[in-house]
Design a protein around this ligand. Structure first.
Ligand SMILES: [Zn+2]
Length: 102
């Protein structure tokens, strides 16, 4: 995987992981101190990094902040990876309504 295949200002990446989550990786600038889940080191304020968002099949969403290089391990495990324009990363047609409880 080459450097251009990591998220940049111009493009985000979207793929599906082993748990069928849609994973979106997008370029970001740290506005506060984050801790990277990949290496447990800090991401300095103001530094370029990757925002990783998970859209779970049940409709839940969560996100993490990663170092760019550390996301290579994520990207390697994704399938159907495609490049998407920043701002249009949200997966379409996968949002399920939560079951209504009465
Ligand atoms: Zn890291």
């Amino acid at each position: 995987m080459s450097e251009t295949d990591l998220p940049s200002r111009r493009q985000s990446l979207r793929g599906i992981d082993f748990d069928d989550n849609v994973v979106v990786l997008s370029f970001s600038i740290a506005r506060k101190l984050y801790k990277c889940p990949g290496c447990y080191e800090y991401i300095a304020v103001g530094s370029e990094h990757v925002l990783v968002r998970y859209f779970e099949p049940d409709g839940n969403t969560f996100y993490q902040h990663w170092h760019r290089d550390c996301t290579r391990t994520i990207v390697r495990e994704l399938r159907g990876t495609e490049k998407v324009a920043p701002g249009f990363e949200r997966p379409a047609g996968r949002r399920r309504r939560l079951p209504r409880t009465r």
